[in-house]
Write a protein that binds this ligand. Structure first.
Ligand SMILES: [Zn+2]
Length: 471
């Protein structure tokens, strides 16, 4: 057994030790949750002031002993730009510098911990800028349990499932720097079999793999589930999952309906973020519950003022209550969420959110090929010098505008992108790259449409909007 294997098994054991307590909290009352959050908030802010020079300066004068969720609102929010610009002063372990983490991320596919204890991931979502996040030992274990505690509870309570490994089919990211792939490696066990089918594979290979795997749980990007439910309706994909989970992309009503029709099971919507992990997780009734013991979620309008339950937010401030190594306090993300005013039939006091509708990435269609935006995301996110980018579909490939920060090897990147597109079945793909000082934002200053399909550019000209062009 390799050193890494020994370490990660110890990590798995630690996560399973933490799990019963984290599962029990799903039954807590709203009052218990609120008391717990305030305790953890005071611990977090106290720790941040003690260990992070950046937080210490910003939070000077905060009376930690009196801090609660109301007074938290007076604290300044932080952004990904802050995190990346002041990384070394935000992290509470002085050895964990951005340079060191970036160097570690380059070698992460061989399997290792940073400084024998930390796990680093990059944000692979549709946000504009590359983000790097570092979790400490218990933080990463909590991240995993927080995401899977409903399913762990279901498995342990079902005699048939408890007696055998649960089979997962993941149709998601390919690279270990992304949270989902990194988690399934760290916490692999004989209790669950994780089979990953990168969305960058041609659809027929994913279908063949899933037919062989016969997963109990199918997890995928919403856009991938949409493609797979069409494959199931056509009779090519023949699986009978107990649960279908959509993740990382907005789940449109059409996508949910298509998946429910294809497999006749509830579709749960996972709202995972690199910042706090299982931000909202589906219960057995498919309501998506906020992780109200592990984080503070503040839905706010565009000016940062709180919005009431039932109202959609313009953005969200997240406070991670369990990862002290990288204190994220009122960290802004631009997801639009609606906290539902009503309770879920499952009885949990953790509030539910509605399906996130905003920020759907687009699939590019080339003749008979559908190319998932992750094909591009995956290659682009590996280059630390890229701050943000925009991908325009062209008839035989893509034109990509890149805003660099430091050196980016464009020839290398062009080759990687062409290879990735070729691997999806596209003949002789044509990739052009351009570095720019600023990206064009059609819908105002805040939102960037990162993936612009050809059909979408056509429809923008003619005013025609088709479902196929947006899913
Ligand atoms: Zn529920």
């Amino acid at each position: 057994m390799s050193d890494y294997e020994r370490q990660r098994k110890r990590h798995l054991a630690r996560a399973l030790t933490l799990a019963p307590d984290l599962i029990e909290r799903l039954e807590w009352s709203a009052d218990q949750l609120a008391v717990h959050r305030v305790q953890r908030l005071r611990e977090l802010v106290g720790y941040a002031i003690g260990g992070s020079p950046w937080h210490r300066e910003r939070l000077a004068g905060v009376d930690v002993a009196r801090l609660d969720e109301a007074t938290l609102r007076a604290l300044p929010p932080m952004t990904k730009t802050d995190l990346m610009a002041h990384f070394d002063k935000i992290v509470t372990d002085g050895r964990v510098t951005l340079d060191r983490v970036n160097a570690h991320l380059e070698t992460v596919s061989t399997g290792s911990y940073l400084l024998d204890q930390y796990t680093a991931i990059t944000s692979g979502g549709s946000s504009e800028q590359r983000g790097v996040f570092v979790y400490d030992w218990d933080g990463w274990a909590t991240f995993w349990v927080g995401l899977f505690r409903y399913l762990l509870r279901a498995k342990w309570a079902d005699p048939e499932l408890a007696s055998r490994p649960m089979v997962w089919g993941w149709v998601m990211a390919a690279h270990f720097t992304h949270a989902t792939a990194a988690l399934s490696r760290t916490f692999a066990s004989s209790d669950s079999i994780n089979l990953r089918f990168p969305v960058t594979l041609p659809t027929e290979r994913i279908v063949a793999g899933l037919n062989e795997a016969q997963p109990d749980i199918l997890v995928g990007y919403a856009s991938a589930l949409y493609v797979l439910s069409a494959e199931a309706e056509a009779g090519r994909l023949r699986i009978a999952p107990r649960k279908v989970l959509s993740s990382a992309e907005p789940l449109l009503p059409e996508t949910r309906a298509a998946a429910e029709r294809a497999w006749n099971v509830g579709v749960g919507n996972v709202w995972g973020t690199s910042e706090v992990g299982g931000t909202a997780i589906p219960c057995d009734h498919s309501g998506s519950h906020l992780g109200a013991d592990l984080m503070i979620v503040e839905p706010v309008d565009e000016h940062g003022h709180p919005v009431a339950p039932g109202e959609p937010s313009a953005k969200v401030y997240l406070t991670n209550l369990y990862n002290h190594t990288m204190p994220l306090i009122r960290y802004e993300i631009t997801d639009e969420i609606t906290v539902l005013p009503q309770h879920c039939p499952c009885g949990s006091a953790m509030p539910c959110i509605g399906d996130i509708q905003g920020r759907l990435d687009d699939v590019f269609e080339y003749a008979d090929r559908r190319v998932h935006p992750h094909v591009f995301r995956s290659a682009l996110s590996q280059h630390a010098g890229i701050v943000e980018y925009q991908v325009h579909q062209t008839p035989h490939g893509a034109h990509i505008a890149i805003r660099p920060h430091g050196r980016v090897d464009l020839d290398q990147l062009r080759r990687e992108l062409a290879e990735a597109l070729h691997a999806t079945g596209l003949e002789s793909p044509n990739i052009t790259l351009e570095t720019v000082e600023r990206l064009k934002r059609d819908d105002g200053p805040a939102k960037l449409k990162r993936f612009v399909p050809l059909a979408n550019e056509d429809s923008q000209r003619t005013g025609r909007h088709t479902l196929a062009a947006t899913i």
